[in-house]
Ligand binder design. Structure first.
Ligand code: FEO
Length: 170
């Protein structure tokens, strides 16, 4: 049995991760519509990763005999105005998610829930990687986004991203 406040936060996080998947699918659709298929691919795979994050938390709760509560997923709330600002919004969203993970970690720490802390270690590391990836996209678009040839090459590079299952096994 895990502490209720930890379980509640983990259940909320399932919803946040599915929301992230939904948000990034929205990003992906926008880029495909704009003809930037590489960016579209990059965010479609990111959406798959977010779904994985949700499923890992769901599995963790089930492994611990806790009830999983699925709430409705909000409509993506970020306005898709242009290819560049979406990337900045993506970075902002990842920083927000990092804060959420830290809040759960803090709750687990406060009740000496070492099992959940160990489970969340993977997410803490993953968030560092996700923020770095999002930051790199922002920087590279700033550098190359205004030059069509460079943007074409960057888009082409991003089309090479492939999905791989998460390294965390429960
Ligand atoms: Fe599941 Fe991008 O954080």
């Amino acid at each position: 049995m895990l502490e209720k406040k930890v379980v509640d936060l983990l259940n909320q996080q399932i919803n946040k991760e599915f929301y992230s998947a939904y948000l990034y699918l929205d990003f992906s659709n926008y880029y495909y519509e704009e003809g930037l298929d590489g960016f579209g691919n990059w965010y479609k795979i990111q959406a798959q990763e977010e779904r994985d994050h949700a499923m890992l938390i769901l599995q963790y709760l089930q492994n611990n005999g806790e009830k999983v509560i699925l709430e409705s997923i909000d409509k993506p709330a970020i306005e898709l105005t242009d290819a560049k600002s979406i990337l900045a919004e993506g970075l902002k969203h990842e920083r927000y998610v990092t804060g959420l993970i830290h809040t759960i970690y803090d709750a687990a720490y406060s009740v000496k829930d070492f099992r959940t802390m160990q489970f969340l270690d993977w997410f803490v590391k993953e968030q560092c990687e996700e923020e770095n990836n999002a930051e790199s996209l922002v920087k590279r678009f700033e550098l190359f986004g205004d030059d069509p040839k460079s943007l074409y090459m960057l888009d082409n590079e991003l089309s090479g991203r492939t999905y791989s299952a998460p390294s965390l096994v429960l």
